[in-house]
Design a protein around this ligand. Structure first.
Ligand SMILES: [Zn+2]
Length: 167
């Protein structure tokens, strides 16, 4: 899409400021997400990151959701799998909350930022958009707070932690 960069320029990244809060991802979850992304080099993968939000976002569990998009370079979460995953987490007061919507950018090397479609499609304002992107064969992760109504994105830093903070 030749007009993609023009469209993307409509998104205002709020300065280049980075929010104070961070996303903490346990190493085992990073491995799970990157393995799923790496196994799908020609098609975006997507999933949900559950955990807790205090002063930081703390990832605890990742659930991959099938991508049913019928066009390339998009992701559309399978509704049944999506709803099942969300309801499965509603069980108890102590259940982890949805903190991030994850998808990969397998085709555009180094494209770490959300596209306009990503921003417009971000249906949960209180969750992060987490993008798995690659530079050559190395996968990286970027996290953004997104306000789809304002077309704004704010990147937050990601820290990989060796074990889950909650044990
Ligand atoms: Zn995207």
């Amino acid at each position: 899409m030749n007009n993609k960069s023009a469209i993307d320029s409509k998104i205002s990244a709020q300065g280049n400021s980075v929010a104070h809060e961070r996303l903490l991802v346990p190493e085992f979850l990073r491995q799970i997400m990157f393995a799923q992304a790496a196994a799908s080099p020609n098609r975006e993968i997507c999933g949900l990151l559950f955990g807790h939000k205090g002063s930081d976002y703390i990832g605890q569990e990742y659930i991959g959701i099938p991508n049913i998009a019928t066009v390339p370079n998009r992701f559309v979460m399978d509704p049944e799998a999506l709803i099942s995953a969300l309801f499965a987490k509603k069980g108890s007061e102590h259940a982890a909350h949805l903190i991030g919507i994850v998808h990969s950018h397998p085709d555009v090397q180094g494209k770490s930022v959300p596209s306009l479609i990503d921003v417009l499609g971000h249906w949960s304002k209180d969750t992060l958009s987490i993008i798995l992107y690659r530079i050559a064969d190395t996968w990286e992760m970027a996290a953004y707070r997104i306000d789809a109504t304002q077309l704004t994105t704010q990147r937050i830093s990601v820290a990989i932690v060796s074990t889950g903070p909650c044990g």
